[in-house]
Design a protein around this ligand. Sequence first.
Ligand SMILES: Cc1cc2nc3c(=O)[nH]c(=O)nc-3n(C[C@H](O)[C@H](O)[C@H](O)COP(=O)(O)O)c2cc1C
Ligand code: SF4
Length: 448
Amino acid sequence: MFLTEPVLTKRIPTWPWGDPAERTLISVDQYRRTGGYEALRKAISMEPTDVIQCVKDSQLRGRGGAGFPCGVKWGFLPKIDGGRRYLAINCDEAEPGTFKDRLLVDYDPHQIIEGIAIACWACRLDTAYFFIRGEYRHQAKVMKQAIREAYEAGIFGPQGLLGGATDFAVECHLHRGAGAYICGEETALLEAVEGKRGWPRLKPPFPAIEGLFGRPTIVNNVETLAAVPHIVERGADWWTSIGVESTIGQPASFGTKLVGVSGHVNRPGVYEIGLGAPLNELIEREDYCQGIKSGRAYKASIPGGVSMGVLDQNEFGAELDFDIGRKNGIMGLGTACPTMFDEGTDMVMVARNIARFFKNESCGQCTPCREGSQWVYKLLVKIEQGEAKPADLDLLVEVAGSMGSMQGTTICGLADGTNWAVSTIVKKFRSEFEARIRGTTGVLTATS
Ligand SMILES: Cc1cc2nc3c(=O)[nH]c(=O)nc-3n(C[C@H](O)[C@H](O)[C@H](O)COP(=O)(O)O)c2cc1C
Ligand code: SF4
């Protein structure tokens, strides 16, 4: 599960193969000198349907959070009718604790662009919108420059892909967000690109059928697209030789994954692993994260962005693959960016902090999310301040548990995130909440 060679980070020095201090931005020329755009050349020598089949065979699952099989999604597109078809690239990356797509944009943007061009060729998408979160000002500049380089190199533009090697032409635009987390939800993203308020749409229709400007649209995460050139170049069998099969009868977790580790670790940062690597090994290995900070003990972690929920002391060995949710009582792998907490962490404070984020970021369309997230936050503040009664804890669990698209009470998954984050923290650390209600802290203090 720990790779012998980097794949997505082969040009980006990353522990354990390279020192992040040596990272530089890869220009289009450097990218080409090191084999870049050869996968695109190969792709356009193939029938588009064969490229989709290759991605289907690789069982590549989306890296944006939901883990939906990429090739299957590409296969949902309707037949060509002469009208526009879009690719929307999701670089919103606003999930707290998530910073893995940024690494690719910062240093190897042409790897993403190659993935974009291959996806457009395979799915016959003529226009790509690269949506990037408002706070990524530097990354927006880098990406804009890389898109310009790609035009100059003839990757994009009216002459056809790869300097006219085919008649099929792709235009690519960069669209900056304005700082709302909800715009990472794929249909809110489409609204934002259309110049509207970022409100998620009711589904169906799904974007593949009716997306941007009412036309067929594929929405993919940055890391998903960055994996595509490698799969086309080295084949689906090579990709499925990395990672793990499911042990509980679910779709497999193949390929490599970027994991951004933050919180109480000695060496935080983005690492590339094979799916299925145990969290505790990633954290404790000297060539990876070098253990929990200051020699303290591990207490808890949020393995995939705060929406996914929390792992407790007994779940430190959880394997980082798409089965992690079902095996450990959390929502899923999410973005696979673990935030680590040491033994001194106050889990009531963690829950309150997360709830604050969600109540601020709710778009307000659905009553259970708009009102519920405020209510959850207020109850947590009350508990944290020692002003709550035992019944408030039950009320907290009930209100949080009633929110979410999985319950059918909300349009999108933001409310599920509030629910899973709060519910799993209360479930797995209930004694701390009870202690706070009794008037004791229930946790080690920072100096103990
Ligand atoms: C509230 C919310 C925020 C999301 N934020 C992101 C994000 O920042 N980046 C992302 O790729 N996907 C995000 N997603 C998931 C997208 O809706 C979508 O599943 C994903 O972009 C599809 O790409 P993939 O199949 O390549 O993973 C979010 C979903 C929700 C519900
Ligand atoms: S669940 Fe929340 S964020 Fe999503 S559409 Fe409803 S109100 Fe907006």
